[in-house]
Design a protein around this ligand. Sequence first.
Ligand code: ADP
Length: 620
Amino acid sequence: MTHEKKHRIIGIIGVLFLATVLLLNVVLVNNAAKRELARKEAELAALSPDAVSLKGTGKGIDGDVVVQIIADAEHIYDVQILQQNETQGIGSVAVEQLPGEIVKNNSILVDGITGATVTSNAIKTAIREALASGGFDPAVFEVELAAAAPVEKTDETLECDVLVVGAGGAGLTAAVRANQEGADVLVIEKMPMVGGNSNRAEGGMNAAGTKLEEELGLLDPSLGELQSTVENYIADTYRLGHDLANMDLVRTLAENSSEAIDWLGSIGAPFTDVEPTGGCKGRKYLHQPEGGEPVGEYLVTRLSKVIADQGIEVMLNTKATELIVEDGQVVGVKAEDKEHNYTIRANAVVLATGGFGANFELMSSYDPSLANAVTTNHSGATGDGIMMAQAIGADTVDMEQIQLHPTVIQENGLLVSESLRSKGAIIVNTEGKRFVNDLAARDVVSQAELKQPDGYCYIVFDQALVDGLSLAQKFIDRGFAISGATYEELGKNIGLSDEAVKNFVATMEKWNEDVKNGEDTEWGRESLDYDLTTAPFYAIKIAPGIHHTMGGIKIDTEAQVIDTDGNVIPGLFAAGETTGGIHGGNRVGGNAVCDFVVFGRIAGANAAAFAAEGVLAAAA
Ligand code: ADP
């Protein structure tokens, strides 16, 4: 028997053995099953007398990843994931693919899944721990894999009406919309999973003048300045972007936001809650899914379902490298995967490739201080679309406008969503004091944090907040939130000095009193809907991190790409973070999602119309 065949047989037997063991744990143990187990054990023992079943644990993105392996000193025969709560569409890809790769190569040194590093590492750590617990040396399985023979790539030509480049929020939205308009749509995505940065958006989607706001009384004229109207939303977006944005684009964003919410409802992604948006003086635009589910994952999952239901093809691991231009019109892209060089011909192309918040070279060319900063961005956010568009003459705007988010866990770039503050969390420094309106615009809070002693701060919340906002729980599960039964205990647990603990207790009591009286006497925060009185109390250590690149490809209100002479580039549309001009010098929290839905819809509808008729859609 060849080694490979023996290995495969042992693997199959191992799987059966493990399945049997698990079954026996939960189902009645009967004699027949016992006999079967004995038989499998005997078979496994005959092939590998030392193979044993072992468990190990690694830290995933959202709690422990527990694996069960069958191994001996020289072979890993089987890997099963017993427990995990990884992000759907990101970590879940590693959970599906990595165990098989490790068994196939008999090595832990297989490549992790790009974009799912934390989960990949958690699985590997868990396997190492399992091996060690059985007395096996994990180093035996740390063998470098022989470099794969270079693949001779084949040329392939594909055709479609509308090609969408990038499968984040903007790309998925544009694809669904173009398909609804009757176009034959193809989506290409360079990563092994869809979702991009959009999948990481947590807080919500801003929109104004929506049916939900109407139902909740937020459009009542008696609210005066607090009304969630389109005009207030335009003013807030423009003001918070330091009056730098393109007003026509801001207006398009706001005026189409309510319809975008309706459209999401129509495709199975309704919103049930509206909270204050950071920096907007208490005005409520931030639409959230039921129970505070993270909005990005919520929308990406639902858009992906529509994509699957409508039979739209998404080619993963396929990277666009250049735009094809004929007679001044974009007619497709060149793209590649591991085995092919593609020429994809399309009547219209939508660039939805996201921002460049993971391209440190490009960012530091605008601001050298960002070279060593932490980023919340996924590794695919490298600005490819911007560079491809520039290469054919497209103009860019506001490229130097790069946003720092104020609440980022520095060890891993994990973002603590603004929705925690919308739901009542506050920020204190290491002296136990508040130092800013915690719900001011992101740049204001980030700059204030950078001036605090020690260069980091704490976001503080209570159990009532966690109960109403499911995404807060993950910080507790992953060990990033330190807790205390009282304010004093929490202050001590996060390591504040005795003096700072006293300050912290006073800060919390003052905050609760201010909430009761409806006025933040210290820092003028406008939304004071929730006190922080339900024990236990929690604090997460945070500091600013790179979050959003506001600049990008210049577009008009029809999502058409504009060249450096101010003319439309026919056949080329762009939407989402790859574009510039919508957010000016600072993106409002909740506006990235609104941006990708509103402009994704416009780009999709217009690309479909252009592909069919050579003209734009009457209305998106
Ligand atoms: P947006 O919010 O604008 O949709 P995202 O970051 O969510 O931005 O999504 C952008 C997507 O585009 C990501 O999934 C990213 O991997 C993908 N992408 C980036 N560059 C390319 C490229 N050259 N080819 C194909 N896909 C790309």
